[in-house]
Design a binder for this molecule. Sequence first.
Ligand code: GDP
Ligand code: MG
Length: 712
Amino acid sequence: MLKQNLTIALAGNPNSGKTSMFNALTGARQHVGNYPGVTVEKKWGQARLDHRQINVVDLPGTYSLTAYSLEEVVARNFIIKEKPDVVVDVVDASNLERNLYLAVQFMELGVPVVIALNMVDVAEKKGLHIDEEKLSRLLGVPVVPTVARQGRGMKELLSAAADLVSHGNGWKPLQISYGQDVDQALLKLVNNFNGQSLIWHPLSPRWVGLKLLENDAEIIRQVEQDPGLAGNLSPLRRELAERINKTLGDDPAGVIADYRYGFLSSIYRQAVEETRAQRLELSDKIDKVLTNRLLGPLFLLAVLYGIYEFVFWASETPVAWLEVFFGWLGGAVHASIPEGPLQSLIVSGVIDGVGGVLGFVPLIMFMFFAIAIMEDSGYMARVAYLLDRVLRSFGLHGNSVVPLIVGGGISGGCAVPAVMATRTLKDPKARLATMLTIPFMNCGAKLPVYALLIAAFFAARQAEALFALTLISWSLALLAARVLRWTVLKGETSPFVMELPPYRLPTLRGLFIHTWERTWQYVKKAGTVILAVSVLMWALMSMPGLPEEQAAQWEARVAAAAGEEARQELQYQQAQAELAHSFAGRLGSALSVVTAPLGFDWRTNVALVGGFAAKEVVVATLGTAYSLGEVDPEEASGLSGRLAREPGWNPLMAFGLMIFVMVYAPCFVTVAVIKKESGSWGWALFSMLYTTGLAYLLALLINQGGKLLGLG
Ligand code: GDP
Ligand code: MG
């Protein structure tokens, strides 16, 4: 149904041609006055579209929508309180990138916007070719080219506005990412709003949060007057702003502005062709190389390889120290607690289980440090920009890039926040495809497994091995996405815009905070979940003990042993017999029927079952399993040394195992999050089954194929 009495508000930067447009639209039907309460000139008048009358209000010219000046407050309050049907943002096309800054803020606010691309005559003369259809598609709002001084494009403009009112979705705020620090701060603020206190319809909570972070005096005042909000919000707002300031070396408003410009700059780049050389900012100059179609990917691969070299090089010594430390600790406990279940629990279950995982803390930490540099410098956004092109040809979306990287695209990450980050994908099928491929990425939990096996079997080529694993995980994710998008998740992908904020020199403090936060998560997980599962696995591997009769036989044989060496050998065999008799031993042996073609023995099977809980458990369980059979922990050379000597373990089997760990069912928590985010147990179940099936096939291929080639 047509709304009979439309009101449109003209807004725009000073000198964008607003007054000219107002005159062209309204002709003689104009009035002048002041806005209620303030002496800012208010002009209103009527325009005609066919037989409809349209009220036009000329808002004061502004550069921004934050309440820094009276004009801004007046323009914004008019929009929020009077709720015009459409805001027509008049932009100077010859100065597009800068003028669109205001447009983005209208879009963030959520009011329906039509962009009048004014002064296109001047833009043409300057050698700018603006693809207005593409611009409209990328921004998601109608764009109408106009020449206000000559009255060109006025009818089209009014029709576009009227169309938007009849067919648009009303207020709908644009959500852009302002980088992880600000995004998280916004989430925290929004979670602290309580529903009934948000009286400022039609504002979205995220927008209010944004203004609070931007230190918008007007919104802060309103929030502070709201008894339901003020008490808890003000300290929180200050704390979050302070934190961003410390972490990024800039106040939130500056960071937010950077991301807005980044958002625009990537749109501008796609929709505008500059035939005449325009001035290049430093960031743009760097981007000419780093986002170049050919040089960009090469540079990215070099960066990845460099990171892996650095991480292994830097962590080698501290990892060795920790190994010595846990070896010493195990020995000390072994000596001070009498032999029995308690000693076994602490030495084999806790120290060799959790210690195995904690031993890789330095490696994880350096990896997070490298990732923090990539993020804080702004390079990660370029990585996403580069990958966007690749991803789309595999049926994923540009918005899939960030979740895939969060999930461990560089190595080190976590699928749980990654799956939640897919919320930025509006297209439900592309979103599901992303969710289902995130688990292929090399999350922080898989890293210790890789590190263990690489140290044991590929010690000469550590960086190369991790580099290869990264490329394999991406290839598998992309192929899986392609297949999913051809089969169960068929559909088109929608256009996408990537924020490209200017490069920044990371602050040491910021790097430290980002590295520490994630490393601490890893340590905490090792001390809680991994500890619990590790103890459980130990119990399954120690119980039930051998039947009394058999146990007595073993004791007698050990006691009767001739010489220390024979005694140790018998004790080792006794431990083996106990293991094989345990619940885990029996489960592992039962699974051997299935895993024998992959080259996995029963202990590996148990570790993989434990890995469903969390993939670090694979390391913890192998640690426990191989320490249970160990006679003298003081002589132990660390788990990787033990595995390298163990019969049945070889580089081929280790490679197959790493691929299996990479691909098989995502951990428990990830599956739960997939269920929650997809809204169905069906997809969660699917995510476990298809990955495990694929993992089996790949490991089978590697082991059998490798043997055929004479490897292993
Ligand atoms: P305002 O500050 O936004 O109200 O802008 P004005 O309407 O006063 O326009 C500023 C200047 O730009 C004036 O000299 C106008 O004549 C000129 N102008 C406005 N629209 C156009 C246009 O589409 N093309 C060209 N070439 N000049 C324009
Ligand atoms: Mg004017």
